[in-house]
Design a protein around this ligand. Sequence first.
Ligand code: NAD
Length: 341
Amino acid sequence: MEKLKVGVIGCGSIAKHRHLPEYEMNANVEIVAVCDIVPERAEQMAEKYNAKAFTEYEELLKLEEIDAVSVCLPNYLHAPVSIAALNAGKHVLCEKPMATSREEAQAMIDAAKANDKKLMIAHNQRFVESHKLAKEIIDSGKLGKIYSFKTTFGHPGPEGWSVDGRDSWFFEKEKAFIGALGDLGVHKADLIRYLLGEFTEVAAFVETNAKENTDVDDNAVVILRSNQGVIGQLSASWAYVTGDDNSTIIYGEKGILKLEADPKYALIEQYTNGEVKNHELGKIQTNEEGGQTTTHVIDHFVESILENKEPLITGEEGKKSLEIILAALESQEKKAVVRLQ
Ligand SMILES: NC(=O)c1ccc[n+]([C@@H]2O[C@H](COP(=O)([O-])OP(=O)(O)OC[C@H]3O[C@@H](n4cnc5c(N)ncnc54)[C@H](O)[C@@H]3O)[C@@H](O)[C@H]2O)c1
């Protein structure tokens, strides 16, 4: 079989630690080109992966041989670059949050349809072992009716992650459009929709109370309610100063699931009949680990193209997860509960 030829746009941390090494590990892929506005970054990755280096994404997109691209850029560039790539006939794997508005997200979806190309959003939380098993358990009905949940994603902040450290675009509203809520909260919005279905009411407090010299949020607490009356809270933070909290707890009629809440057991099942099941599963990927493990995002994207299947996280799915955080921002602004369609 001929290999899928890919380009990676943006050679910062997520490209370096996840996209490039995971494409490299996939036997069906050839990395053809990389792009970064900082020439040394593109050149360094081009050398490492034996690819062509570009500083302008438009030039990379002109390469006809490229079948698919990863968009690993600051948030404000996700929509314009993804749309340009789709219009150039490339499949697109775009980082999260998918876009900065509903309109942009819809334009990306429309461009994928018009060009008959795949669009996938890199919500890697759906591929985490404990999350997948929790979904199976919930769908099996073993927990009975679901009442409530808590889902949290926090760490000390992107200054320890972004290639530009404290000077990163992550802290600039113009480029990031949103802070911890969009960086981490959107992951949990996507996870909780995946596990429990759609939510229709959103209320939130979104603050900048930890970092200085930034105009984006660093602590957010969001309350969600579904039409069936499932209620729960989603927290996102760049100020959990001693390390990651990536935990989720699901409260049901017959038991409770604890996901990524225990250092040893990635999933704990506790039932009202006294049954307890502790699962030691593959560890969730954290920023500290670098690229030693796979997120499965790249393999899934490649497979969806080669087998012509819809990816698990389509543009529509990315848009629904984005809408939750957009509603949280609106709730903060209006001091009101926001209803989603
Ligand atoms: N899925 C995840 O778990 C996860 C984790 C971290 C980051 N991300 C997302 O990945 C995206 C990139 O984040 P990052 O952590 O790699 O950021 P980063 O700051 O480390 O890297 C961004 C790179 O983009 C380059 N760049 C900026 N403008 C450019 C342009 N016009 N053309 C070409 N290159 C340009 C910068 O020079 C930099 O090298 C963000 O959307 C972020 O939210 C996702």
